[in-house]
Design a protein around this ligand. Structure first.
Ligand code: NAD
Length: 302
């Protein structure tokens, strides 16, 4: 069997088109657009490229966008004051503080200072709690897990009653996606098992999975014989395993590999995500969706 490729690059385009249509409609009806601010402290090159990509997407969608880059030595109190300013700004619906922050700043204190109703990353404890409760309590789903759920649903994979196995228990991927898929409701209603470094018989659990979500950060961890024939395999892992020269730009780029042995797994799975081009492109897309949702919540409130 050759698995159907579930490409984030394609699903992203579908969702961005839907967002752009909504933005236009809301602008016509209410004269408002979603507002997103990214706050970056320091000059970490990877962080600069992440915030630049987020702001570029926001701009293309017709959002109000602010890329607020601050010096490396910005005092914690000044950063808190900046967040407070955006918390009180009615034209800003999403505040994203790019991590990691410099060592002199208490990351937890900063993230907790963001208004939970503008926390479009979905990492504030209030939003983690809302996710746990589920249903109408949920405001913002964390972006990578939200992207994974969209991919599963849009690929036409049935989650209702499915055996889901999630490899990894991080706060940004493993735990939230497990929580989301076990909730009552469409795109969920699954029976979920979470496995991790202390799990006995990892292979045995994976073999039961109708939907296998792998977020371990270990290249080729999941072997083809661990995959149930026909299963949906979502490979979240992004591992740098070397470098090569890009054919397009002539510059050195990283060789990326997922957590699943893709070439062998695609012959057994029913659906599989590639790396790169799978889950990766979904994260920024879901950030845009959350920012739009935040504007909609604010319109409902007023
Ligand atoms: P993490 O290191 O915080 O967590 C990894 C989890 O995997 C841990 O809970 C650990 O218990 C488990 N694990 C590690 N090795 C294992 C093993 N040998 N057997 C069983 N369990 C094992 O990582 P994370 O932040 O959740 O990210 C996981 C992977 O997903 C990374 O490769 C990361 O780069 C990638 N990622 C991609 C995106 C994206 O594409 N947008 C977003 C976030 C993370």
């Amino acid at each position: 069997m050759t698995a159907k490729l579930v490409k984030g690059t394609e699903i992203r385009e579908e969702i961005l088109k839907e967002i752009a249509e909504d933005v236009k409609k809301i602008k016509d009806e209410h004269g408002k657009v979603p507002g997103l601010v990214t706050i970056l402290v320091g000059e970490n090159p990877a962080s600069i490229s992440y915030v630049t990509a987020k702001i570029k997407t926001a701009k293309e969608l017709g959002f109000k966008e602010i890329q607020d880059n601050q010096p490396d030595d910005l005092a914690e109190e000044d950063l808190l004051a900046l967040i407070d300013k955006y918390n009180g700004d009615d034209t800003i619906h999403g505040i994203l503080v790019q991590l990691p922050l410099p060592k002199h700043v208490n990351e937890k204190r900063i993230l907790n200072a963001i208004d939970p109703d503008k926390d479009v990353d979905g990492f504030h404890p209030v939003n983690v709690g809302r996710l746990m409760i589920g249903g109408s309590e949920v405001k913002f789903l964390p972006c990578t897990p939200a992207g994974i759920q969209e991919m599963i649903v849009r690929a036409g994979v049935q989650t209702e009653g499915a055996e889901v196995v999630v490899v990894g228990r991080s706060n940004i991927v493993g735990k939230p996606i497990a929580n989301m898929l076990l909730q009552k409701g469409p795109g969920a209603n699954a029976t979920v098992t979470v496995v991790h470094t202390r799990t006995k018989d990892l292979a045995g659990h994976c073999k039961r999975a109708d939907i296998l979500v792998v977020a371990a950060g270990v290249p080729d961890l999941v072997k083809p014989e661990w995959i149930k024939p026909g299963a949906c395999v979502i490979d979240v892992g992004v591992n740098r395993v070397g470098e090569k020269i890009s054919e397009k730009t002539g510059k050195k780029i990283a060789i990326l590999k997922g957590d699943v042995d893709f070439d062998a797994a695609k012959e057994i799975a029913g659906y599989i995500t590639p790396v790169p081009g799978g889950v990766g492109p979904m994260t920024i897309t879901m950030l845009m969706k959350n920012t739009l949702a935040s504007l909609k919540f604010s319109l409902e409130k007023n």
